[in-house]
Design a binder for this molecule. Structure first.
Ligand SMILES: Nc1ncnc2c1ncn2[C@@H]1O[C@H](COP(=O)(O)OP(=O)(O)OP(=O)(O)O)[C@@H](O)[C@H]1O
Length: 448
């Protein structure tokens, strides 16, 4: 049953529905996500940082279905981020389905309807509506949102295990090349010198430009402004408004610190002490909460140290990465940021894109390896990232760290990723694979 619904709301919903079923779907660079995207009888939630391209990806999915012969009227789409929907309740959403059924009775009766709901989290209790929709059968539902908690445990439970997460990040290197109309190498192991030089230039450029679609092609000043605006909006809408945060100054300090110190260790204790010494009032609990909110809206990604126990895990510092390598230079005040931090960030985000479980490793002798990656079948990879390991002292340190960690995790594949081919160490012990990171980033395209 649909709860009573005011006339203006009915009109707004009807208009949105009609708009979505007419007119061309936007042209866009095809996105690639890992794993299954949408399944009949399930709700898939496309989640990711604001402006990463979630809505556009939703339209890509609709377009793919259209191309496979699904009639347009079976692909309704509603974006709830519209001021006319303020106060809309989950019980009123049934009107959409009734209206759609009235207009297209055969769609409901005969075929699967793919309902696409953008920013549905603005309607409290939306999961109850979606569950009723799925219970009625014959449809799939795709929702988007900029919060990882869109499918929080409570919501996933309310959806009785029929929820499916699809994280979306800014353009990967392969997607950025495609977006710029540049050819992807067919087999990066056999690149010609000229081809390699082209890819290396594009790679260095992508690390600076990052992957946000709107940042592509912008000059430095415009890009910095755009990215600062993105971060402001994420902070204000996804952290302050969504979670009722009152210590906005503390939040700003934290964000500047995390984004300007990419790939560095972050300790709540040290951050708290540094702020206190500047006369800033913030509790450690608040710092913990803010970190969780920044992680929830995907602005910052946090990596735990591999630890024997949960208790030990909690006391070790985490490593913090921005969701996009381009954010580093924008927030770096110390002038410390370098291509190594951008490279490590890009590798970390690619691991998340590939849905890998990641920690970092510290060996008993105090060496660190950037990523321990555990695969679904129990396989492990130890990945060290070093922009330039051509200098013998650097090579010795990085390779030793990998070799030591390799002894702790026997069977793990050992890999050192550099910025360019020239950044490889002169001598590499057997059992360690060294390659430029762009080959690793593009490899998966080749394998699939
Ligand atoms: N695949 C793509 N190809 C070309 N442009 C894209 C692509 N994806 C996104 N864009 C552009 O990037 C901008 C942000 O995209 P979009 O609105 O899809 O992101 P979003 O994640 O839904 O953002 P928000 O969270 O703010 O709603 C838009 O201008 C869009 O045209």
């Amino acid at each position: 049953m649909t709860r009573a619904i005011p006339r203006e709301l009915k009109e707004a919903l009807t208009e949105k529905l009609a708009e979505s079923l007419a007119g061309p779907l936007p042209e866009a660079t095809p996105r690639r996500v890992y794993g299954t995207v949408a399944l009949p009888g399930k709700v898939s939630a496309v989640i990711g940082m604001r402006r990463a391209g979630k809505t556009t990806f939703l339209h890509q999915l609709r377009r793919e279905r259209l191309e496979r012969g699904t009639p347009r009227e079976h692909l309704p789409y509603v974006n709830f981020e519209d001021e006319r929907f303020a106060g809309l309740e989950a019980g009123q959403l049934g009107f959409l389905v009734e209206e759609h059924g009235r207009r297209f009775p055969e769609a409901r009766a005969r075929a699967t309807v793919t309902w696409c709901f953008d920013e549905i989290q603005v309607v409290p209790g939306w999961e109850r509506f979606v569950r009723r929709l799925l219970d009625a059968g014959g449809c799939e539902v795709i929702v988007t949102g900029s919060s990882a908690a869109l499918l929080s445990r409570e919501i996933a439970t309310a959806l009785r295990g029929r929820a499916w997460e699809v994280p979306l990040y800014p353009f990967s290197f392969a997607e950025a090349l495609r977006h710029r109309g540049q050819a992807l190498p067919a087999d990066s192991a056999f690149l010609t010198g000229e081809e390699r030089a082209r890819i290396e230039r594009a790679f260095a450029d992508w690390l600076v430009t990052g992957g946000f679609p709107e940042a592509q092609g912008l000059d430095g000043a415009a890009r910095r402004q755009l990215l600062r605006d993105y971060v402001d909006v994420a902070m204000l809408r996804d952290v302050v408004e969504r979670h009722g945060v009152s210590n906005v100054t503390g939040l700003r300090w934290l964000v500047r610190h995390l984004l300007g110190n990419a790939a560095a260790h972050f300790s709540v204790e040290k951050f708290y002490a540094a702020l206190k010494s500047q006369g800033m009032a913030i509790s450690k609990d608040t710092v913990h909460q803010l970190l969780a909110h920044l992680d929830d809206c995907f602005l910052v990604r946090l990596v735990w140290m591999e630890s024997a126990s949960e208790r030990q895990r909690m006391v070790n510092p985490r490593k913090a990465y921005p969701v996009d390598s381009a954010l580093i230079a924008v927030f770096d005040r110390s002038g410390r940021a370098n291509s190594g931090h951008a490279l490590e960030t890009a590798v970390m985000i690619e691991l998340e894109r590939r849905r890998c479980a990641v920690t970092y490793v510290r060996t008993p002798a105090g060496y660190e390896v950037d990523f321990l990656v555990r695969g679904a079948e129990g396989e492990m990879d130890l990945i060290q990232v070093c922009a330039d390991a051509s200098d013998p002292a650097t090579a010795e340190r990085e390779l030793r760290a990998l070799a030591e960690a390799g002894q702790i995790y026997p069977g793990a594949r050992l890999r050192l990723l550099t910025l360019t081919r020239d950044g490889a160490p002169a001598e590499v012990p057997s059992g360690i694979l060294v390659q430029p990171a762009y080959e690793w980033l593009l490899e998966i395209v080749k394998i699939d």
